[in-house]
Design a protein around this ligand. Structure first.
Ligand SMILES: *Cc1c(COP(=O)(O)O)cnc(C)c1O
Length: 455
């Protein structure tokens, strides 16, 4: 005789969802170790060049740029890329972009001089940014560079210097606008909706001293909406059309800046960036459709300039590191200390970087916090990552670190490591040496009376 047995009551539990866990059923854990980067063993690279070590794949840069160019040039007839120096201005990296046909996009006198020293022709340097002093402007005007004006003070300085040098500067204005992305970036350039942009255009056109060659807009960074670019492209096209009507004058280019998302995963994202970031095709489709469906004269289309930074370089960069130690926190959570700190991996403040062991491992995994080597509470590389046990001396590979880390890193507590580039034949080149005590101290000056002490 059967009887339905009353089930035992079980107390419900609330389980905290950790960031990094896609859902309550957990994460796929069986990922593969990353033992090699393009046929170079991670262990050998670390042995030869030290740990931590930045590694750049030249092949990946070239392939990514080709994919981006193809996406745009198959949809719009005139396209020009300009490499955003601040995203990564290591000379070897800039020169890969220049060899592939990219111009230079710079945002300071320092970056401008770097592009000139790399032998970029002056008329292929786009000079953005809110801080260009009179010397920077003189240099840029003498070199026929494309000066993107940020504010009226700069416009007046350029008009004044044009007289002094008896030259016709080539300028564009930077325009900010509401593209449906908030908070709106309205601190750079002239606003579209409130008439500031037209005010600047009218001042430039009636001065008769400057060539208004372009209109520029950089709506933000890591933009997950391709449609925001369609709005920007449509508004800039509208200005080009109305400048033509009012002044019978053709603006040569529309520059949509940078900001395309890379395949990184933003902190707090539900799904990995590789699955959610729009592709170059998505951005290109939105932008080219907006331009071609506008009333721009089809026989006289402006060149489309793109200053894409992170989406072109992030994938090409890896950071190799080593395990210093493991410990248990008071909560019982496992903590692993790496020799990679936030001082050299600035982007760990925004991203949940993919991090892979560089050697075989057992498939038992555990939620782990990854700390850097700094004696600073904020030195956290990943707050929560599901990893197999790593032992002291084991290596890890951090993926997608090509953008901003090699420019925003700082010398703090530890010295900055080497950067190597793997060329398409697999040969390794040091493209920036590690810092040494001497290289840091060489900039310091100790007054005579402070040179000696006794303890
Ligand atoms: C930073 C910047 C870029 C590059 O931005 P990414 O997000 O790296 O693509 C392009 N143009 C301007 C004006 C910038 O300030």
């Amino acid at each position: 005789m059967s009887k339905i047995e009353k089930q035992r009551y079980e107390r419900p539990v609330i389980k905290k969802l950790e960031t990094g866990m896609p859902n309550k059923f957990g994460l796929r854990t069986e990922y593969a170790p990353k033992t090699h980067i393009e046929d170079n063993s991670v262990k050998d690279l670390v042995k030869e060049y030290g740990s931590p070590l930045f590694v750049i794949s030249e092949k990946t840069i070239r392939e990514t740029l080709k994919t981006a160019k193809r996406a745009f040039s198959t949809r719009y007839p005139k396209v020009q890329f300009a490499w955003s120096y601040k995203t990564n201005y290591i000379n070897a990296i800039c020169n890969v972009f220049h060899q592939e046909g990219s111009w230079a996009e710079v945002v300071s006198g320092f970056e401008y001089d770097k592009a000139i020293a790399n032998n970029v022709p002056g008329n292929k340097i786009i000079f953005n940014g809110p801080d260009k002093n009179d010397n920077d402007l003189r240099k840029a005007i003498n070199n026929d560079s494309l000066i993107h004006i940020d504010h009226l003070e700069e416009l007046y300085s350029i008009i004044f210097i044009a007289d002094e040098l008896q030259k016709r500067p080539k300028v564009a204005i930077r325009i900010n606008m509401d593209t449906g992305i908030y908070p709106m970036w309205d601190r750079f350039g002239f606003n579209y909706e409130n008439g500031q942009a037209w005010d600047a255009i009218n001042k430039i056109m009636t001065s008769k001293k400057l060539d208004l060659v372009g209109l520029h807009c950089h709506i933000g960074t890591f933009m997950l909406s391709a449609n925001a670019y369609a709005v920007a492209a449509f508004n800039l096209a509208d200005l080009v059309i109305n400048i033509q009507k009012k002044y019978n004058y053709n603006v040569k280019y529309i520059d949509l800046g940078g900001g395309f998302a890379s395949k990184n995963t933003l902190k707090g994202s539900f799904l990995p960036g590789a699955d959610t970031s729009p592709s170059f095709d998505d951005y290109a489709e939105a932008i080219s459709t907006a331009l071609l469906n506008s009333n721009l004269d089809p026989e006289n289309l402006p060149t489309l300039i793109l200053e894409t930074g992170r989406a072109l370089i992030d994938d090409a960069g890896y950071l190799l590191g080593s395990v210093i130690a493991n410990k248990r926190l008071s909560s019982g959570k496992r903590a692993t200390i790496l020799d990679i700190g936030v001082n050299i991996m600035f982007t760990s403040f925004w991203y949940e970087h993919k991090i892979t062991p560089a050697q075989e491992f057992t498939h038992y995994t555990e939620d782990t916090v990854l700390y850097g080597p700094l004696c600073m509470n904020i030195d956290v590389i990943r707050e929560n990552i599901n990893l197999p046990l790593l032992n002291k001396g084991d290596n890890v590979v951090v993926h997608t670190v090509g953008a901003y880390n090699m420019t925003q890193w700082m010398q703090f507590i530890t010295l900055r490591p080497k950067i190597v580039m793997i060329d398409p034949e697999g040969k390794v080149h040091v493209i920036r040496d590690n810092e040494t005590n001497d290289s840091i101290v060489s900039l310091e000056k100790t007054p005579e009376h402070l040179k000696k002490f006794e303890l």
